[in-house]
Design a protein around this ligand. Structure first.
Ligand SMILES: Cc1cc2nc3c(=O)[nH]c(=O)nc-3n(C[C@H](O)[C@H](O)[C@H](O)COP(=O)(O)OP(=O)(O)OC[C@H]3O[C@@H](n4cnc5c(N)ncnc54)[C@H](O)[C@@H]3O)c2cc1C
Length: 459
């Protein structure tokens, strides 16, 4: 797929969806039919998607048939699993839905093979009895494949690097409709581009990746009242700069709504969360985290030894679909002036409507290039900014305006990039790839998808 190609216009003849139906073991759903709305609706319900049809594929051969049909019919192809990363309307596309590709095999020797419909929590549960752990993100209910093809920066990323750095192999249908296997030695260009290039080169049907031996972590979140935000933000910025690789951390200024699902001390007020994941000895973790515990009294202190399989509790991201607008950016070192900027736009008393304004400390294992190079770049960034608000009245407009202000306020420290997993549409202010990476992805797209059948929306 040419990343910068414009969406083609609809072919003059109506595409032969009945012909596609006949070819697939799975189902084809059109607007108004049973599962169309369910499968086409992404997790972020603010994104209204309207694909021409949804191919609910049953296996890898179905994917190949669907992609070939789309190529012949002049219909662009997109792919979705959970829809956590879908940010454009998919109009006129054939949406390949991978939910039924549910193979999930964990090998006790330390690796896993999973289908493109599998979510991280399934791998966490299957790996835990072996003391093994996958490099999932903060929200274990997102899909393994979409996350990993975008790099995948999880709560333990400073210890173990990006999820894409641990991939052994992909089974993938490229835009020309061929089912291929990509490894470090087989189709190495494809292997390079699928790790960090998101869905630009093909529809992955299965993925194989290494697990780490990590039965437990010293991890969780410490919450303090927003009145201490100034002290906590400044201490965290200084403390987080100098952490060993065993420590990963993020800081979030939260304005959580007064809902029954939100713990009472955090509901309806501004709070600050310091998240911490320590992969070494828990006593060392406790000592390392102590400076953050000493800044201010805790509303909730949930940093403790937990099974790795409970890593989703560190961020406790929302599971149910909701209308959100998010923005992401990568930042360099943040001096005191950056703390001033963050607090002025997103801190307590700023009137910020953002539910969350978060900084993740990067570096550690993430900073190192993997042994087999990949399309995932931006490894020199020190922090990642991620800010989310509700994209619906009465706050929707204020959220968009505040996100813009936040990005402007922190722009002096922005690297100009963003991690691909956090970029959901081409209208994002920062780019997932530098010029050289994007050019190489484009060249590969032309080789593997000469007709430009695949679409990602990352224009
Ligand atoms: C609450 C929340 C928390 C998150 N936390 C993190 C985090 O900690 N770290 C992080 O790095 N990201 C995080 N993300 C981003 C998230 O991981 C990405 O949006 C990811 O794409 C979700 O994967 P999915 O398969 O569920 O996505 P989908 O929405 O189903 O797909 C999104 C995109 O992924 C690609 N894709 C999906 N399936 C395939 C396939 N089979 N073959 C090829 N490409 C495919 C395509 O480009 C597709 O457009 C978070 C997102 C949310 C909403």
């Amino acid at each position: 797929m040419a990343i910068d190609a414009a969406l083609p216009t609809q072919p003059s003849d109506a595409p032969d969806l009945a012909g596609l139906r006949e070819q697939l073991t799975g189902h084809v759903w059109q607007p108004g039919e049973d599962r169309y709305a369910e499968l086409a609706t992404p997790w972020n319900v603010a994104v209204r998607t309207s694909p021409l049809a949804v191919a609910e594929v049953a296996d890898a051969d179905d994917v190949a048939r669907a992609v070939r049909w789309a190529g012949r019919s002049g219909v662009p192809v997109t792919v979705q699993s959970t829809g956590h990363g879908t940010g454009w309307d998919l109009a006129g596309t054939l949406l390949v839905h991978t939910g039924r590709l549910d193979e999930c095999t964990v090998h006790a020797e330390g690796w896993a093979r999973v289908g493109a419909g599998v979510r991280w929590h399934q791998v966490l549960d299957a790996a835990a009895p072996h003391g093994l752990a996958p490099l999932c993100g903060s929200a274990p209910h997102v899909g393994v494949v979409g996350y990993t093809t975008g790099g995948g920066i999880g709560p333990a990323a400073r210890s173990f690097g990006a999820a894409s750095d641990r991939v052994r192999a992909f089974d993938v249908v490229t835009g020309d409709g061929e089912l291929r296997r990509a490894t470090a030695t087989q189709e190495p260009d494809l292997f390079w581009g699928l790790r960090g290039g998101k869905g630009t080169l093909g529809v992955v049907t299965a993925i194989e990746f290494d697990l780490v031996l990590q039965p437990e972590i010293y991890a969780g979140a410490l919450f303090v009242d927003g009145e201490h935000a100034d002290a906590v933000v400044r201490r965290w910025l200084a403390w987080s700069l100098d952490l060993p690789m065993a420590a990963s951390t993020s800081l979030a200024i939260l304005n959580l709504p007064p809902l029954p699902s939100v713990p009472e001390p955090l509901a309806g007020r501004c709070t600050v969360a310091v998240r911490f994941v320590w992969t070494g000895d828990p006593d060392d973790g406790e000592r390392t985290f102590r400076p953050m515990r000493e800044v201010a009294p805790a509303l909730i202190d949930a940093v403790q030894t937990i099974p790795y399989a409970a890593i989703g509790t560190v961020h406790a991201d929302p599971v149910d679909p909701m209308p959100v607008r998010d923005v992401a950016a990568l930042l360099g070192d943040l001096p005191d002036a950056a703390a001033d900027a963050l607090l002025e736009v997103a801190g307590p008393g700023s009137g910020s409507p953002l539910v969350i304004a978060e900084l993740r400390r990067l570096g550690g294992a993430l900073a190192a290039e993997p042994a087999v190079p990949s399309a995932l770049g931006h490894r020199d960034a020190t922090y990642a900014l991620y800010a989310v608000g509700i994209a619906a009245p009465p706050v929707g407009e204020a959220v968009a305006e505040r996100q813009e202000r936040l990005v402007d306020a922190l722009r002096p420290w922005a690297t100009g990039g963003a991690m691909p997993t956090f970029v959901v549409s081409g209208s994002a202010p920062f780019l997932p790839w530098d010029e050289a990476t994007r050019t190489r992805l484009d060249e590969l797209a032309r080789r593997y998808d000469p007709a430009g059948a695949l679409r990602t929306g990352l224009v």
